[in-house]
Design a protein around this ligand. Structure first.
Ligand code: SF4
Length: 341
């Protein structure tokens, strides 16, 4: 029987973690929201499925192929927290996913079982600008509230003080999908990997979550025949590793992007990262707002001012308010240390 305690037990036994990138234990997050709802009137549930990280495609794959399980996961969240305690459920998607896969999700929601649940479910479309930062969960709360899209200071956490100041459960598409499997006793400790770039078979694959990066590439017949390097976790915010450093599991949102070592223009790649960060900076903190602008400017100028460039990168590492600013040093430093020679 799917009682609240049974749902939590199944999630806990399956050892589910969030699949948006942070890897926070799902059972702990769901318990925190339930506890916060005690004594409060109502709260919210948000499915964060807009995928602002370049290169990552697994949430789109999941809503396309498994709309039933995604809606079931959301429905189980509402059952667990108490239908009377949930004011609204938001499904946050980018425009492409909404237009392509929204009809499939709506068909599932039209089933009799979801009659009352679907009445309080609303789709929310990601704006084109600030596509990356609007997926950061506290910035997403601001977006839905119609405020400036920027991350909030934490604590308080969204679990207790989320949308409109009320307890809010925010999980990634893959997490809700996994909840559905776990509660049905069908979860197999797999995760979705997006594999792209200079390989033979780009796509989204469901494979054991413990595989190393090398195993993921070999099992999918994507081990390159030419010298290569990879970006792991995200195309813009990932870690850059050479082909001899692939023995650890895939972190973050599950992306492995492969670059041909000899055919990739390093100058263009660095320019791409810097442009991305400059465009996506929400402007809340000066080190990221000014720093991303200055890095792009320095990279375009000759002679290249190494000292100033790396001083700004160090400043971003020390003082960025959120993960976007803090990701810039990771991608640039790992590239410098592991690839550039
Ligand atoms: S680090 Fe950048 S994206 Fe994050 S809050 Fe500061 S300005 Fe915004």
């Amino acid at each position: 029987m799917t009682t609240a305690s049974n749902i939590l037990l199944k999630i806990s036994e399956a050892g589910l973690v969030g699949r948006g990138g942070a890897g926070y234990p799902t059972a702990a997050k769901w318990s925190a929201v339930k506890t916060a709802l005690k004594g409060k009137k109502q709260g919210y549930i948000i499915l964060n499925g807009a995928e602002g990280e370049p290169g990552v495609k697994k949430d789109g794959y999941i809503v396309k192929h498994y709309p039933d399980a995604v809606i079931d996961g959301l429905y189980l969240a509402e059952r667990f927290l108490g239908p009377e305690k949930i004011k609204k459920i938001y499904i946050f998607l980018n425009r492409e996913y909404f237009e392509s896969y929204g009809p499939g999700l709506k068909r599932v929601l039209a089933q009799k079982k979801y009659h009352l649940f679907s009445e309080k479910t609303e789709f929310f479309i990601k704006p084109e600008r600030l596509a990356y930062i609007s997926g950061e969960e506290s910035a997403l709360l601001n977006l839905i509230e119609g405020k400036k899209v920027e991350p909030r200071l934490r604590p308080p956490y969204p679990t207790a003080h989320g949308l409109h100041g009320r307890p809010t459960l925010i999980n990634n598409t893959e997490t809700f999908y996994n909840v559905s499997l776990a509660v049905a006793g069908r979860y197999e400790e797999r995760r979705f990997y997006t594999i792209g770039g200079a390989i033979k078979h780009p796509g989204v694959y469901a494979l054991p979550e413990t595989l190393s990066i090398e195993e993921v590439l070999r099992r999918t017949d994507n081990w390159p025949s030419r010298p290569f390097f990879v970006s792991v976790g995200g195309e813009a915010s990932g870690e850059i590793l050479n082909s001899g450093q692939l023995s650890s599991p895939v972190e973050g949102a599950g992306l492995v992007m492969v670059y041909d070592k000899e055919r990739t223009s390093r100058h263009k790649l660095v320019k791409y990262w810097l442009k991305f960060y400059h465009e996506q900076s929400c402007g809340q903190c000066s080190i990221c707002r000014e720093g991303t602008y200055r890095l792009e400017e320095i990279a375009a100028r000759k002679p290249f001012d190494h000292k100033l460039f790396w001083e700004i990168v160090d400043g971003l590492e020390e003082s960025s308010f959120c993960a976007l600013g803090a990701s810039i040093p990771m991608v640039l430093k790992s590239y410098l240390n592991n690839i550039k020679n």
